[in-house]
Design a protein. Structure first.
Length: 263
């Protein structure tokens, strides 16, 4: 399954964090997973997952593009260009300036088509609609990440039709990130973007430990606390489990609709 996590507002919306937690939840269910981003460079991946000082086993991402285009990359060597997060999860990421947007565009297509991982999660950390479209076109399911910021949601309302056109018939899972009932109900949040029904909407509840974890490069450790039901983050476990189950359900429904097993 290929999943795009997209957001109509990319500043301080937790899109990367949500994508990482989804990838961690998928891998925790025993699925071989890879997470990547659509921009050529991501400082967030290195900071949130504490990749600072990580030594690549082979070479830089820009060299993998050259090797692939020359037809010299062996299937068994793909993961040498990824960074290991846990037993079932790797990241394809880059924090150097010698990797262009053209390189990343090429890799998005290649990762979706040829990476050996059972699941791919694209962190669509860009509101450039062409980049959003490229990721979504390579995906089976789309996660729409929204927050309860009324100004951002009203701005999204103006561009909603463009996003709907990009998503087309792909299954959509809506997640209200950093959800807090004090800020407003799900119905109110939906009204701000002109949607009436929230039956299938999900939440990832607001919790200060998420911000602590990303600020300190401890997101993997936070996830472990979530799964051991640490009292400080216990409410996040059912949230992530529901998101994972809905993604699986959406993919199964898509396969049945199109009469194929898919990825």
């Amino acid at each position: 399954m290929r999943i795009s996590v997209i957001s109509p507002h990319v500043n301080n919306n937790g899109n990367t964090t949500l994508a990482m937690l989804i990838a961690l939840e998928i891998s925790n269910n025993g699925r071989n997973t890879c997470i990547t981003h659509v921009k050529p460079l991501s400082n967030s991946f290195y900071e949130y997952l504490n990749f600072v000082g990580y030594q690549d086993k082979t070479s830089t991402p820009s060299q993998i593009v050259k090797i692939i285009k020359e037809g010299e990359l062996l299937d068994d060597d793909v993961t040498d260009y990824c960074k290991r997060i846990n037993n079932n999860l790797e990241a394809f990421t880059n924090d150097t300036t010698n990797f262009s947007q053209g390189d990343m565009d090429f890799m998005i297509d290649y990762i979706a088509r040829s990476f050996p991982h059972e699941h791919i999660v694209f962190d669509v950390d860009d509101n450039d609609l062409e980049q959003v479209r490229r990721a979504v076109d390579n995906s089976d399911v789309v996660v729409l990440n929204i927050t309860q910021s009324i100004s951002e949601l009203k701005q999204f309302h103006k561009n909603k039709d463009k996003y709907i056109d990009i998503i087309e018939s792909r299954p959509l899972v809506v997640v209200v990130n950093k959800y807090n009932s004090v800020k407003g109900t799900l119905k109110e949040t939906a009204n701000w973007i002109g949607v009436k029904r929230t039956n299938n909407w999900l939440v990832l509840r607001d919790n200060p430990w998420i911000a602590w974890a990303t600020n300190h490069g401890q997101l993997l450790q936070l996830y472990k606390k979530i799964k051991t039901r640490d009292a400080r983050v216990i409410e996040l476990n059912p949230d992530l489990e529901k998101i994972y189950k809905n993604l699986v359900r959406a993919k199964v429904a898509k396969d049945r609709r199109f009469g194929g097993r898919g990825r």
